[in-house]
Design a protein around this ligand. Structure first.
Ligand SMILES: O=C(O)CCC(=O)C(=O)O
Length: 260
């Protein structure tokens, strides 16, 4: 069964992103919300999932968890098969495989993300598609995503020393806010510039991000996390200040206090 029609296909080609409202039912949203809460409660471990914490006006809060799929059956079934894999494979025009996964929590006061493309942070393969699942509602106030619509076919755009779109170029772009409700999905390729503001609401804005590459390019997930772990252990001691990041690019604007 196709999840796309000609209008959605056209949106994808023209804009570089695509929102599909109510992709998940109310019961599925309930599961996803419960799973995000469960994962956020997992104790830190040196070699399994990864948690990143930031300082907010309410104290230390999780900003991100990643590498949780191998340790959570419900998530694993939802993201490595079924309709998510189907719709991503349809857009990829060939079978897709999971490259990485994360939850960005963005609790009240949680930091936003400066304008960037994902491709500079996603090594080993040169094209990815991310499926964002809105766990909570995301609005301009709570920190939804903004896209530079149609700017996905220009390769890297004005990459600066942080691996982001240079601020003076970002200022010239037209940004479209894309709010989402729980159960909506938002698909976007790794070259579309995007950004998001701080959460100025009093509710969390949890979003699950599932990133895929074409299966024909290989399964890089384990390598991605091994490399990230190695890079972050180096940042912790090399005096580069890069342990204030939560990615290999310096797009996160919150105040990182801990990786665990
Ligand atoms: O969750 C957000 O607000 C944006 C996240 C993002 O763009 C990223 O993690 O690369």
């Amino acid at each position: 069964m196709s999840h796309l029609n000609p209008v959605l296909q056209k949106d994808w080609k023209n804009n570089g992103y695509l929102k599909i409202p109510t992709f998940f039912s109310a019961a599925e949203v309930n599961d996803l919300q419960g799973w995000a809460s469960e994962i956020s409660g997992w104790e830190s471990t040196p070699d399994k999932w990864m948690h990143h914490y930031e300082s907010t006006p309410d104290g230390a809060r999780l900003s991100r968890s990643e590498n949780f799929v191998p340790y959570h059956t419900g998530m694993k079934d939802t993201v490595t098969g079924g309709k998510v894999l189907d719709v991503v494979s349809e857009l990829m025009e060939e079978p897709a495989v999971l490259y990485k996964e994360k939850i960005n929590y963005k609790y009240p006061g949680g930091g936003g993300y400066t304008a960037h493309q994902d491709a500079p942070a996603y090594e080993f393969v040169n094209y990815h598609i991310t499926c964002l699942i809105s766990v909570d509602s995301a609005t301009p106030e709570s920190g939804c995503l903004y896209f530079a619509s149609g700017r996905h076919q220009e390769g890297f755009i004005a990459l600066d020393e942080k691996g982001c779109v240079a601020p003076e170029t970002a200022l010239t772009m037209e940004w479209v806010a894309v709010p989402t409700d729980p159960g909506d999905i938002l698909l976007f390729g790794s070259y579309i510039p995007h950004k998001s503001p701080t959460n100025r609401s009093n509710q969390p804005r949890r979003i699950i991000y599932l990133t895929y590459n074409a299966n024909s390019q290989g399964d890089w997930r384990e390598q991605y996390y091994a490399d990230k772990r190695q890079a972050f252990s180096q940042y912790a001691t090399d005096g580069s200040n890069r342990d204030t990041q939560i990615s290999k690019i310096a797009h996160f604007q919150g105040k990182v206090i801990n990786h665990a």
